[in-house]
Design a protein around this ligand. Structure first.
Ligand code: HEM
Ligand code: HEM
Length: 203
């Protein structure tokens, strides 16, 4: 039986796609920076020490930290809360294992873990200095936290992909990259909606 393609709000699709692009860019360039300057925990030796790599990585990190992550986080915490794990659902993770509801809860948990990991990576990124690795300073606490965040993020994004495939299959994946939208979801209406939302909040 074929499953229907669900509808995803346009703003979510836009923020999620740009966030995904920047996160994958930061993961790959971050790895290359590590691989060329460090490599103590294993590596591939693909690149040589190169400052441009650090600059490219810093650019991905910059846009993530200052532009997209704050917007994506705000969206997920305010409008997309239902897709993140709620405190009262955490205890359900040990009950009725393997039921569809359980899988959806695990999916929510992994969504949340991906958000926590990307925040940890971006915040610890702000504590890095572009001169540490070229100066062979490899033992800063903030650098270890940044490396750990990379690992956590890689694992959570990989499991996120698996969970999306498990709970919704190909139709759910397509839904996130679909370019059609409903008239009531048009960007022309966003400014008005935001004003109404802020007005309600003030009341
Ligand atoms: C092995 C993995 C990684 C290594 C070795 C690494 C290394 C570095 C270095 C050397 C800097 C300083 C560059 C500069 O200030 O211009 C930096 C900055 C940064 N990194 Fe990473 N990074 C890694 C992974 C990540 C990941 C996965 C993210 C986010 C998803 C990230 C986000 C950032 C951010 C936000 C900055 C600050 C950029 C700025 O505004 O100047 N990093 N990283
Ligand atoms: C690039 C491959 C990716 C694919 C195919 C993908 C796919 C999806 C899909 C289909 C959903 C909707 C799930 C649903 O309706 O239940 C979703 C939601 C979500 N994704 Fe991804 N994703 C990817 C990358 C990422 C990355 C890199 C992050 C963050 C680090 C991320 C964080 C999230 C979060 C937090 C949600 C929930 C949004 C909300 O609260 O409304 N995704 N993803």
């Amino acid at each position: 039986m074929s499953r229907q393609i669900p509808y995803q709000p346009l703003l979510l699709r836009i923020l999620h796609s740009i966030n995904g692009f920047l996160v994958i860019g930061a993961l790959v360039t971050g790895f290359l920076v590590y691989d060329s300057y460090d490599g103590r925990f294993g590596g591939l030796g693909l690149t040589k020490e190169n400052r441009t790599l650090i600059d490219i990585h810093g650019t991905f990190g910059f846009f993530l930290f200052f532009v997209i992550l704050p917007l994506f986080l705000a969206y997920c915490l305010i409008k997309g809360k239902k897709r993140l794990i709620q405190l009262n659902q955490i205890k359900d993770l040990t009950k009725q294992i393997n039921q569809p509801k359980w899988w959806y809860n695990v999916h929510r948990f992994v969504n949340t873990l991906a958000l926590v990991s990307v925040s940890l990576a971006a915040i610890s990124g702000k504590f890095q200095s572009e001169d540490w690795l070229p100066n062979k300073e490899l033992n800063h606490l903030a650098y270890y936290v940044h490396l750990l965040a990379w690992l956590l993020l890689l694992i959570s994004v990989l499991i996120h992909g698996l969970m999306v495939a498990k709970v919704g299959g190909i139709p759910l994946i397509i839904s996130m990259y679909n370019i059609k939208y409903k008239p009531e979801d048009s960007p022309h209406l966003w400014w008005g909606n935001l004003k109404v939302w802020l007005e309600n909040l003030r009341r």
